[in-house]
Design a protein around this ligand. Sequence first.
Ligand code: SF4
Ligand code: SF4
Ligand code: SF4
Length: 695
Amino acid sequence: MNPIAMSLLLVVAWGLFAWQLKRRYALMTLGPGENRLDQIGERLRRTWQYAFAQKRMRRYWWAGVAHQFIFLGFIVLLLRSLLLFGRGFDADFTFWGLLARGTALGDGYSLLKDIFVILVILSAALFLYYRLIKRERRMTLSTEGVIILLIIESMMWADILHDGAEQRLHAHRAVATAAVSHTGFDGFEPAGSIMAMALSGVGSESALSVLSAVGFWTHVTLVLLFLNLLPISKHFHIVTAIPNVFTQSLRPRGRLPNVEDIEGKIEREETLGLARITQLSWKSVLDLYTCTECGRCTDHCPANQTGKLLSPKQLTLDLRDYVYQNEGRLIAAKRAARGANGDGANGNGDAWKPEDLLPDIIKPEVIWACTTCGACETECPVFITYVDKIVDMRRHLVMEKSEFPTELQNAFRGMESNSNPWNFPASDRAAWAADLNVPRIAEKPDAAVLFWVGCSASFDDRARRIARATAQLLQAAGVDFAILAEEEQCTGDPARRAGNEFLFQMLAQANVETLNRYNPRTIVTTCPHCFNTLLNEYPDFGGKFNVVHHSVYLADLVKAGKLRPANRIDAKVAYHDSCYMGRYNEVYEPPRETLRAIPGLTVLEPAQTRDRGLCCGAGGAQMFKEEEHPREGAQGERVNIRRAEQLLDTKPDLVASSCPFCQRMLIDGLASKQREDVKQFDIAELLWQSVETSA
Ligand code: SF4
Ligand code: SF4
Ligand code: SF4
């Protein structure tokens, strides 16, 4: 077509793109390294599942299907763009005959290309509809997003115009030379054929040549423009999504990154927690680049749904905007730090330091609103993580600045002095079992099961009934078990998630030491937070235990016939999933199986259930603090009240859960709705009611 113009276009566009990529890469090298190249097989499996097959995208069905078409369309059309680049040099370029029309491969590709051109046009139109007409709450109406969609539409139409005009030109020339050519509808080029028909009124060859050239140059120019818009727009995810999915964390979901050598860090006066953007690892920066702004995370965030300022999407965008706005200074500061003086100065003693993330870039009430429920991370199609960043920011506020909600001070003090966040006397830990003849492990070190009771079920009057019901069920089933009693301490979950890593590690080390001394074969616990910490986090402290949640253990006892629920409970029960059993540890069926085993009981599912279940509002140490104030203009609501409403929508007689924290929150939520008539029970309590009379 025009080799000089094409060469210029390619050199300028690809040169600019390479320069932009270099700068983006430089930003990824500001912070500490991280190894994300272990377990390659597992990484490839997940990349296939989530990046190519886009499993998570279809959690929003229509948007997911449309996105899949665009993704596959881009892969198919990449070849088309290369073909057109080649035709800039040689009008008959067909990859050395490989894609020549008339061959099986050439015709097949031509058909595939046209199918995807049409699918991409329809899918981009659907996204325009979501943005401009339906205006989904989760999406921000950005000019950039609309422009990119219009560019995609234009690229496709330009391609069709080029093909249609070319078909007409061939037909013209065929008539002129009496040669056989594609003069009718070409089944291998359906979109082009329809365009050719639309152009049937254009009689002159020169006009058709102009139309063909307009289609051609518009397509190739837009492709190269699009390429260069990627690094400065949310569409950079086209480049980064596959690597981001490939390098996702393979840690158990409930395990927060550990702070190694915390005492050494304090001695060396190193920064504790995430204070500045330059502390983000390359993977965290890649997370920021990869956000597609789809808003799914915020859509499911309980804090955001109930009017708090926290929006995980906005948190990601605020960090990303800061990185982009300060790109030059961040790179220069890094270069200076590597310079001769190595002190981060530019040689004139006026070093620039990035602002503190809190409160300069992120408002503290944003991070304190998080319940660590994990809903955002379950929804994010490109595996961006937030809880690790939020907790790391809390660590900085708590351990270095001593800035945290005052109510947490009581919980910290309680965990420090009495090993429980309510600060009850540690000596009362086993009081719940006073009349139950439950042995202590010190007296029975070879017990088959260690019942880890947890602080809530040990001290809270209402939750103690869960501990009692569980112990009675274990006794009824003939399980050989014992408790730690006063030797048990809080697992430290509330301390860790509130950012007090120092306190968490103290408790974790003490508990691991105790547990390793008794070396229990199985630990059964009623608390999902204890379960998660014992199972997923204690291995970092040398404690590897077989931990089973009571929902699973009791379901197994029922299945094995060791517990026979015979007493009818004629009621409809709405079941609430705990985040730390469900989303974090994927335990959904066992509690339902236990409930279904009770004669007369019907299990109801709220509209938001299982991995989409709304948090009760207690996680992430929220249990020990007041909820954050609503954002400006929003009508605030407590998370537990919202969840109680959802459960009440099923018109239940009872509400059930398998977490003492959830229980407390739901009881309060039901009371706020003046629905104390709907009683709340743990699954162990209901099972015991059914077993007790028949035992
Ligand atoms: S973990 Fe839950 S509360 Fe925290 S940001 Fe994610 S969705 Fe929101
Ligand atoms: S963080 Fe993930 S879920 Fe949230 S807007 Fe970005 S891509 Fe979407
Ligand atoms: S208390 Fe229950 S619902 Fe709330 S975060 Fe913990 S597990 Fe989730």
